[in-house]
Write a protein that binds this ligand. Sequence first.
Ligand code: F6P
Length: 326
Amino acid sequence: MAKIKTIGVLTSGGDAPGMNAALRAVTRAAIFNGFNVKGIYRGYRGLVENEIVDFRAQDVSNIIHRGGTILRTARCDEFKTQEGRQKAYENMCQQGIDALVVIGGDGTLTGAREFATEHDVPIVGIPGTIDNDLYGTDHTIGYDTALNTIMWCVDRIRDTANSHERLFFIEVMGHNAGFLALNGAIAGGAEAAIIPEISIEKDQLAQLIEHGFRTTKKSSIVLVAESPITGGAMGLADRVRNEYPQYDVRVTILGHLQRGGSPTAQDRILASRMGAAAIDALVEGQRNVMIGDDDEKMVYVPFNKAIKNEKPIDRHLLDTLSHLAI
Ligand code: F6P
């Protein structure tokens, strides 16, 4: 393998709080280890369109606390084609980039895996997504901040839900995974979470209504994971209006609010550790691995494992949620 002199770094897919902290860590750890760093704008699109700049240590100053990503992000259709990836490779070579660190979610790692099978490029991935849906890591960067934002919103909705004695469905993001909904429900003291992982097994809404909501109070909050499988908050509210008209039901969809804001301490620390670990991985000759957080230890997870496997939800948490909602 050719010696790595210059590392390119990019953020891709949906942004996540802590991506800037990861960019800072990758850049500084790389420079500390004697590498040059180049920042690639707008994810893979910047690689295809050659939007690449030199990154010095001071270019990542004062960003650890900022949400979003200073490199911007995008979802790039051209990179999904072989021609697009060929263009990206030519730009990389012309820029003297020998290795890549890509920060993003499932789509980002899938793109990296495709690229690495066609071209001889060492790539290390850093899991950056609020969804927390990547196998091989306990947490992804941005998840903790989004969870805290959800908790903050649930606390506020509770005030009005309680005053009006209403049933609220609060829809959260997650891209077909229920981590935000389930843990958001526990943190927010909600009555239930409706998540795609168990929607196929049972009709969670019917079960909830049959068991009755909390007997000790008249308002109820249910977190719903966005997904065609759960029916989303709107779908569930429509069902309640038709099937259980005794409930005064309202819907709040938190949407992109969940993706913004200054990262929590936990996300900044995770991003800093993962950024430094990505450079360690390249120094050790690793390629095509994602950095994972396994019980507080930084580990290398092959792309195939991270992308192909479904990350399981902890079913004990569902029991905890329902036991506490009596
Ligand atoms: O993957 C992150 C995520 O925020 C998902 O939770 C959500 O489904 C999706 O991105 C929304 O994407 P966009 O910002 O492109 O609408």
